[in-house]
Design a protein around this ligand. Sequence first.
Ligand SMILES: C[S@@+](CC[C@H](N)C(=O)[O-])C[C@H]1O[C@@H](n2cnc3c(N)ncnc32)[C@H](O)[C@@H]1O
Ligand code: SF4
Ligand code: SF4
Length: 373
Amino acid sequence: MAENYCLHSRRINDFIDETFDGVRAPFTAGFELTAKCNLNCVHCYAKPGRSHEDMTTEEFKSIVDTLVERGLLDAYFTGGEIFTRPDFEELYLYTKKKGVMLSLLSNITLLTRKHVDLFKEYPVEVISTTMYGHSEEAYERVTSVKGSYKKFMDALELLHSSGIRFELKYVAMEQNYEDVYKMRELGKQYGVPMVVILDVHPMSDGSTAPMDFRLTPEEAFEFDIKDEGRRNFWKDVAKDMLSGEIGILPRRTVERFEQGYLYPCSIANQHVFITSDYKMQGCVRASYRQFDLRKGSFDEGWEFLQKEFLDRKSTKDYKCNKCQNIRFCEHCVANFMLTYGDEEHPDPFFCEVAALRRKFVDNEIARLLHKQA
Ligand SMILES: C[S@@+](CC[C@H](N)C(=O)[O-])C[C@H]1O[C@@H](n2cnc3c(N)ncnc32)[C@H](O)[C@@H]1O
Ligand code: SF4
Ligand code: SF4
């Protein structure tokens, strides 16, 4: 199981799961081309990396060569902002010509017609872009850059008219929560998915400042039941649980926990993340244990990640492996470590949202049973 960084990656991950079950190889990868950015979002986890010396063009090509030899099929570029790199086009073409499927995560405010022409000639799987607010005020309250909303909207029109596949993401925070329902509608207007992210996590150096902007658990849950798509998702969970199609605990999670592992998500199993200062991580969030590719080889790093993440066992005090609400939870060990310096310390925000969802699903099951009787 690899990391889901956009909707396209979910489909690829399902394919990899089915085709290469039990094979450990870097089939997918994320490349943080730079942590530098033309915007300055209040919540940005990548800020601590802004002063890093970015990997060079040659370093990038060398790790792509190795990853392709080891099985790389699908990758994404992220940042910071990928279009601030002067050699972006070279890196893009190099990876495409190696036969790797490529997606891009970008704020798109620097997107030009030249980029669009490039993506038409050498197709991008999807451009996954984040819209930080529906109104100019809310958008710029997040990005802290005057004029950025207009640039974003112009680029959105350019993308829309180009026929290039794109999706919209929206991180709901106290600065832009007023827009949450309008954002979902906007996705429909453009005919693209609008992924609403309700969790704001710490920065890559463990600073918890962005978490101050999180919604309350009640606000996050309110969106779950008011939004038609989300409400139907939880109703389907209730139906599937009642019919026995799915259990109260997700199968893969149960397997990993029964074997005593700490990370149920198979971090560093079929995915790897390369940071802008040329380090290897098990996933985008796991910045607390890195392998420096300037000091050792990919194979050494891959072994290091196996020991440090995949093979890591939990202690007897670990609460999450006994928890009956995990199906309803955004449980993330890397988040716990970044927030509390302790991989086994659950975040109460996740627990509270999970408990509210569980109650909703239990009530729904009771309602369905009553209807059947
Ligand atoms: C780091 S950005 C890089 C791509 C691009 N610059 C953008 O903003 O879309 C990748 C995604 O992470 C999100 N993000 C940044 N900091 C975050 C945080 N502390 N918690 C949750 N999501 C965050 C961004 O909003 C964006 O959707
Ligand atoms: S646009 Fe993306 S990388 Fe830039 S500051 Fe905002 S979240 Fe961070
Ligand atoms: S974070 Fe809380 S709700 Fe989620 S699995 Fe752990 S204990 Fe359960």
